[in-house]
Structures are given as structure tokens and as C-alpha cells.
Design a protein around this ligand. Sequence first.
Ligand code: MD6
Ligand code: FE
Length: 216
Amino acid sequence: MTGRGPIDIGGVKIWKAALDRATQERLMECVERIAEVAPFFHPETRGGRKMSVRMTSAGICGWVSDRRGYRYERRHPAGMPWPAMPTPFLDLWDRFAACDRAPESCLVNHYVAGVRMGLHQDRDEADLTAPVLSISLGDDALFRIGTLRRGGPTRSLWLSSGDVVLLAGEGRLVHHGIDRIRPGTSRIVPWGGRINLTMRVVTGGDASRSEAEAQD
Ligand code: MD6
Ligand code: FE
């Protein structure tokens, strides 16, 4: 059940309170298991600054950033492969993403007080027609949604634990970011703060799929 229909802001779909407490706890257990295998790290920007958000990933590839820039990699910066995409994550993709391709990566972001994520587009994936699905767990976060154009008008709304956001179709390349979290507003995350999961298809569409099939 997805409850009421989603809110639509500039093509970004938001389902408030879409996940019940038991589901949120199950997802959080998956995150804890991911972090045991592939510990959270502070990615570095190309300029050599550490990002304030901590990250890790699950799936066949994970998002990394360092002085060489950002990209998807098959391994964690410490060298281990990323843990497999947990089944409960795949279930959410099936429920919300309306995409015939499976997600190949789930980026796990951890926010604590003072951490923000600047306005950005998600465009490091080869197939920009595939959606990005985002799940919020833990403390409330002020989510800012802009337009396709940088510097356009923005609208903000609070995301809470159990909210689901989909960037698809005309909303896929909309600028968005997190201005701040409201610490202590949830107890779902055992370390405190907020966890955001973003699931994506990373590789190209039909061409790379038939290539992969040809190698089977
Ligand atoms: C966050 N979210 O909620 C940041 N990206 O912490 C994102 O950057 C995001 O919510 C792609 C699709 C949905 C998102
Ligand atoms: Fe994003």
C-alpha cells in the first residue's frame, strides 16, 4: 500500500509516510549489515575537501568521489566489493520505481547535525531515463527542489522517516539538495541522525544489456 497518492513538485514525486515502522526497522537492519561489510567513509571532493556527509553503497557498484572526481566503482575505497543489494530494497524498487530494469546501486548517506548536501543533479548514470528512488530513515530533513536549470526557483519541504521520493520522467534531472536535518526527531537510526537510501540503474540501456546477455 502506498497510502495517498504522491505529492508532485516539478516532476519529483513524494510519498509521505509510505513505509510503516516495521519496514523502516527492517531497512535499518539492512543498512547496519551493509556498514559492517563496507564501512561509511567521508568522500573527498576533486578539490581535496572532505564531504560532510558519510557514505557507503550496496549493489554491483557504488558511488565514490576523490581527487580524480566522482564515479561509480565496483569496489569500496578500502578494496572490498560492495555488499549485495538487500531484498527489502529491491522490494521497494518494485513497488515505487515503475522501471523494468533492476537497480544496480544503492547509495547510503548518513547525515548528522550540521551536514548538508548542496543543490545538485543526479547525472552520473549512463541511462538518464531510468529513475532514482530515495528512501528517508531517521531524523527529519529539509529537502530543496529546484528546476532543470541551475539557479531556478526552489521549493522546500521536510522529509521524515518512511517518506519515499522518486526522480523520474520530467523530474529525473531536477536540482535538489538537503539544507539541514532536525537532530533528535527520530530514533530509527541507532547512531542517530538521518539515513538516505538512493537506488539507481547505473549502466547504459539496451545496448549494454544485450552486450551483457551475449556474454552469458
Ligand atoms: C537526500 N537525496 O535525501 C538527498 N537524489 O539525502 C538525493 O540526493 C536524491 O532524494 C536522487 C533522487 C532522490 C533524492
Ligand atoms: Fe541526488
